[in-house]
Design a protein around this ligand. Structure first.
Ligand code: IVH
Length: 678
């Protein structure tokens, strides 16, 4: 038995190699079932166990690590820029039409050139994402690039390697020597919504639609960020193949893709008449809203690959394929009014009230105008006829006004000088307007209370927006602290409550009295403090008192906290009203505990200490990443420590860890441990 940084080598190398190979195989099988065919056969926990065993084995026997091991989905260090990559074959674009008559003409053209032969078409959804080329050499992922100008694109290999549905190694035994496949990177709608919520919580601008989110995530110089964004790829074409199986038609090609472990569309079909094409288009358009991702049309491609070769290309498009797009989810309507909503933090958001209009089967009556600068940029006025777009379930957006339909009486919009809810003079902080009245403004109060009980805050079930509205309007709740003195009788006065719902809400409120400090901090709704910052603060300071009395310099000493957040936090706690509310919560039994445990992730609930210098990231960064995977990070080693990550020249902490028998790993092992769980 040998020791390698405290990790034991308990078996002969050959046995370890065998086990590692076995584990990789099994893990790849499960990845394939989960990400490609969508039929997982084991639980997440069982999967994690296998994964951890492999990671441990590789940590003890680094010589066994292979570049295509499932543990190697490591998000590498940031790139200075994307290298230019020439595609193995040009990535063409498609001619696109929206009219069935154009599809019929396309079909006639093809029939004219094949003289009497039957033509079959492969039909596929047209994914609304970012087109990629992914190259495999001897079955191992070699590189990935964006479409760029069609000839050369940007090398985004490191980023694409973090996408779980992209295999690092192909399956099966007819793997070509060289294979370039084309696919579309997309972000699913629920991941898109979650990402935008997170961005907004962290005070960053959200993405306008899932396509931009996917493209923005792939074109990220820091692969660690891509790794946090959940992306998926649908493969649909072979751009180039050397020494692979002979494929006679596209359908066979499309079957080859999943056989190699590449995720392809489950909605592909073959047909041999243009009527069937139109029917498929109609059917997919109907299903569009129930899919988990965005499609913007269908693609029809001649199935026979020889025939394709004969049909060749026009200047830019292949003659054998056509994009048949859905009608744009865009309509014209009129801005009937512009109203202003007051958000939790007091930000005023202008919203256009629209003459109701059907867009893609949904009645749209409102569209956000974001802020005064947006209104000015688009020059939107009450009375204007505007073009409104609705993408997926994304909030409707006004694209532009139709200048020809503007009348003289339409006056430029002027943002109110006072808060529409409490009439306090507003404060401008370009591009936003603010109501500075804080919790004394009823709109802010309602939103604050709702946020206070939301899932990532105190998680009080049953405290939805309508309930909050009723509680505030009835005068039962004037601050978040009032939640803790609500009685059954109080609730029974409110129309929406019955005996059971009142009891349940009171129970939920009572449970929330015991809370991890970070949840309470997040619940307070301090501007620019999202869950992550709340955790950092909680962990760094340990108690609310210490956070409350910290000045800006002390706050900025917390890794990851910059001047803006420090200023916002300090300003929040300086306000007497905020301090009073916190004090009341305490008097009413709220107790905050220092730590909390993230239940998921490879480091869930483990206390990790870093010592020595790290090569690929800063200490703060490493701690942050460990926390993001469920770890608690500490500065000193004790019997409570589960794991020590030792960099170069580790000092006394390393010695102490060894003395206490705490597991020690090096930086590479740490990277694999965390990168693997992206
Ligand atoms: S086939 C020769 N199939 O739509 C062109 N394209 O110009 C091969 N797209 O940028 C493309 N879904 O990235 C094909 N199922 C699908 C597709 C698809 C989306 C994209 C493609 C291209 C654009 C059309």
């Amino acid at each position: 038995m040998r020791e390698s940084h405290g990790v034991t080598r308990q078996q002969p190398l050959t046995a370890a190699r065998r086990r590692a190979e076995q584990l990789r195989d099994v893990i790849r099988q499960h990845d394939y079932r989960y990400y490609v065919v969508d039929r997982p056969t084991i639980s997440d926990t069982a999967y994690d166990r296998l994964f951890e065993e492999l990671a441990r084995l590789e940590a003890a026997y680094p010589e066994l690590i292979t570049p295509d091991s499932p543990t190697q989905r490591v998000a590498g260090a940031p790139l200075p820029a994307f290298p230019a990559i020439e595609h193995l074959a040009p990535m063409l674009s498609l001619e696109s039409v929206t009219d069935a008559d154009d599809v019929r003409r396309f079909d006639e053209r093809i029939h004219a050139s094949v003289r009497g032969r039957t033509v079959r078409y492969v039909l596929e959804p047209k994914f609304d994402g970012l087109s990629l080329e992914v190259v495999y050499r001897d079955g191992v992922l070699l590189r990935a690039s964006t479409r760029g100008d069609g000839e050369r694109g940007e090398g985004v290999t490191e980023n694409v390697k973090t996408i779980r549905s992209v295999p690092l190694r192909l399956r099966g035994n007819s793997v070509p020597r060289l294979l370039a496949v084309r696919g579309e990177a997309i972000m699913r709608l629920d991941d898109f919504r979650a990402l935008n919520e997170r961005l907004e919580r962290d005070g960053q601008p959200p993405f306008a639609n899932p396509r931009n989110a996917a493209a923005g995530s792939i074109r990220q110089l820091d692969p660690r960020i891509t790794a946090q964004r959940r992306l998926d790829v649908f493969f649909y074409d072979i751009l180039h193949m050397e020494r692979g199986p002979r494929l006679a038609d596209d359908m066979r090609l499309l079957q080859a893709l999943p056989a190699w472990g590449l995720h392809a569309s489950p909605n592909t079909r073959v047909c041999s008449s243009v009527d069937k094409v139109v029917q498929y288009h109609r059917e997919m358009e109907r299903r569009r809203d129930s899919l988990e991702y965005e499609i913007d049309g269908i693609v029809l491609k001649v199935n026979d690959l020889d025939l394709r070769a004969r049909l060749q290309m026009t200047a830019r498009h292949p003659r054998w394929a056509l994009a048949f797009k859905f009608a744009p989810r865009e309509q014209e309507t009129t801005i009937e009014d512009i109203v202003v909503q007051v958000g939790r933090s007091g930000v005023l958001t202008p919203v256009a009230v629209l003459r109701p209009v059907q867009i893609g089967g949904v009645t749209v009556t409102r569209a956000t105008l974001h802020n005064r600068d947006e209104i000015a940029r688009k020059d939107l006025r009450v009375g204007d006829v505007v073009r409104v777009i609705r993408a997926g379930d994304v909030i409707p957006e006004i694209v532009e006004h139709v200048p020809a339909r503007r009348a003289h009486r339409h006056r430029p919009y002027i943002m109110p000088a006072r808060c529409p809810e409490c009439h306090t003079s507003i404060v401008q902080e370009r591009p936003f307007d603010h109501c500075p009245n804080g919790l004394a403004c009823p709109a802010q109060l309602k939103r604050t209370i709702h946020h206070f009980g939301s899932r990532d805050a105190l998680d009080i079930r049953g405290l939805g927006p309508e309930t909050v509205d009723a509680l505030v309007s009835e005068g039962l709740v004037r601050s978040v602290a009032d939640l803790f003195t609500l009685t059954h009788d109080d609730l029974m006065q409110v129309e929406r409550f019955a005996d059971v719902s009142a009891t349940n809400l009171l129970k939920a409120i009572d449970r929330a009295r015991q809370t991890p400090l970070w949840r309470f901090l997040h619940a307070l709704g301090i501007p620019s403090v999202g869950t992550r910052t709340a955790r950092d603060l909680a962990e760094h300071f340990g108690t609310l008192d210490r956070i409350q009395s910290a000045d800006e310099a002390e706050l900025m000493a917390v890794p990851g906290i910059g001047p803006t957040v420090a200023r916002d936090v300090a300003a929040f706690f300086r306000r007497a009203v905020n301090r009073r509310v916190i004090e009341s919560c305490r008097r009413r039994g709220v107790r905050m505990s220092r730590t909390s445990v993230t239940r998921r992730g490879p480091l869930a609930g483990k206390t990790v200490v870093f010592t020595g210098g790290l090569e690929s990231m800063t200490r703060e960064d490493a701690e942050e990443r460990a926390r993001a995977r469920g770890a608690l990070t500490a500065r000193s080693v004790s019997a409570e420590t589960d794991l020590v990550v030792a960099g170069t020249d580790p000092g006394s902490k390393y010695a102490k860890a060894c003395a206490l028998g705490v597991r020690v790993i090096d930086e590479g092992q740490f990277q694999r441990l965390i990168g693997a769980h992206g």
